[in-house]
Design a protein around this ligand. Structure first.
Ligand SMILES: [Zn+2]
Length: 145
């Protein structure tokens, strides 16, 4: 279904794959504009390219935090838990230092590195699942170009 945005003559709705790719590259899923962050953690409220307000409702970015948590926990499983089971099964006296380091990387560094990507990816997922339409408050919609 075409969104009201396309009917207004602004940017046509990009495909879901394009929106996900833009989100994965820390770009606006709606228009592809970059420079959405003023630091690693500080995301603009609106896209500098199309004016889209990223947080469409209170608590909008909870999905991004959950995505970040799932990825971090998945990395801990891959880098620490599974190797620990395999190593200790093969040699009960094996050193656990490498898997502790792997677990720390998964638990601490991965969420920090993935943080901005999780936010732009979440914006993309939300736009795919719930396109902007006329029922949205006008401050959420994209600016007509
Ligand atoms: Zn935009």
């Amino acid at each position: 279904m075409a969104t009201a945005v396309g009917e207004k003559g602004a940017a046509a709705t990009p495909s879901p794959g394009r929106m996900l790719l833009r989100g994965a590259l820390k770009r606006c899923p709606a228009c592809g504009a970059g420079r959405l962050f003023s630091g690693w953690f500080a995301m603009a409220d609106r896209c500098p390219g199309c004016g889209y307000q990223f947080a469409r409702e209170e608590g909008f970015f909870l999905g991004a935090y959950v995505m970040n948590l799932v990825i971090a926990q998945g990395l801990v499983m891959l880098l620490a838990v599974i190797p620990t089971i395999v190593m200790l099964n093969a040699d009960p006296d094996a050193s656990l230092v490498p898997v502790i380091v792997g677990g720390l990387v998964g638990a601490v560094l991965a969420p920090l590195v993935f943080y901005p990507y999780s936010k732009t990816l979440w914006v993309a997922i939300e736009l795919i699942l719930r396109p902007v339409d006329e029922t949205e408050p006008s401050d959420v919609r994209l600016k007509p170009r």
